[in-house]
Write a protein that binds this ligand. Structure first.
Ligand SMILES: [Zn+2]
Ligand SMILES: [Zn+2]
Length: 245
């Protein structure tokens, strides 16, 4: 059976289990009991906390990194943005946002996914892309997880924007998950780890992932898409990691 069919079966089973045994309606972030409703999957204090984690207006227009007033943006000047036109994201990556992303990663049936997709669509002021392309998982990891979470985000964003999804990237090298890799090794871990389909040629592509940490995964994907002839590559993620200076 193909990996996608496995994932579909698993999600159907989760859906049926959810109908038969409705879960306690707890806040997706802190686990506090709450009134169940699709529109209100967070308790008031977590919803407030997440809204506080919106990217500040002072973030760099192009890459969303923190910038000091009057100074050029160091991240834009780094090679990590060399193949990327612009980045879009609703949130900074903080504990509440991490919990929300964790909630949808480990249970794609809960309300965290639509909430994150809504926030990503709101953070996307332009729609002039030919397609949305998720950051891929290696086939081995896809078999372990059953589903590529970046694909779920891409599909959610596609439903909200009308931009079609095209899986143009493949992960050709099996490395440690980026989350287990320290910052110095992230870049070498993903260098040349992706290849892009010829269909990328001439396209304006919106690359989608859950979090931009160091930026090296997005960079490696954008490089592969550009090498395949993409006209432009922009990035849309749920959250951007702000490093302490
Ligand atoms: Zn809460
Ligand atoms: Zn910048």
């Amino acid at each position: 059976m193909r990996t996608g069919q496995h994932a579909l079966l698993r999600r159907c089973a989760q859906g049926i289990a959810g109908l038969l045994y409705p879960r306690a309606a707890n806040c997706l972030c802190c686990g506090d009991p709450r009134q169940a409703s699709a529109a209100d999957c967070l308790c008031d204090s977590c919803r407030w906390a997440i809204e506080q984690k919106r990217l500040p207006p002072s973030a760099c227009d192009r890459c969303l990194s923190p910038v000091r007033p009057g100074k050029p943006c160091a991240f834009c000047a780094s090679p990590l943005m060399a193949s990327i036109d612009r980045a879009f994201a609703p949130y900074r990556y903080t504990e509440e946002v991490r919990q929300l992303i964790h909630a949808y990663k480990f249970d794609a049936c809960n309300e965290a996914l639509p909430l994150l997709c809504d926030a990503m669509a709101d953070a996307l002021p332009v729609r002039d892309f030919d397609c949305i392309s998720p950051v891929p998982l290696h086939i081995k990891r896809l078999r372990q997880r059953g589903v590529n979470q970046a694909l779920l985000l891409s599909q959610g964003l596609s439903a909200r924007t009308g931009i079609p999804v095209a899986e143009l990237l493949q992960r050709t090298r099996y490395g440690k998950p980026q989350s287990l890799t320290d910052a110095a090794r992230r870049k070498t871990n993903v260098e040349n780890a992706f290849s892009a389909s010829k269909e990328a040629k001439g396209k304006r592509i919106l690359l989608v992932d859950d979090v931009r940490t160091s930026g090296s995964t997005a960079y490696a994907c954008a490089r592969a898409l550009r090498d395949a002839g993409a006209q432009s590559v922009s990035l849309c993620v749920c959250a951007v990691v702000y490093r302490k200076k």
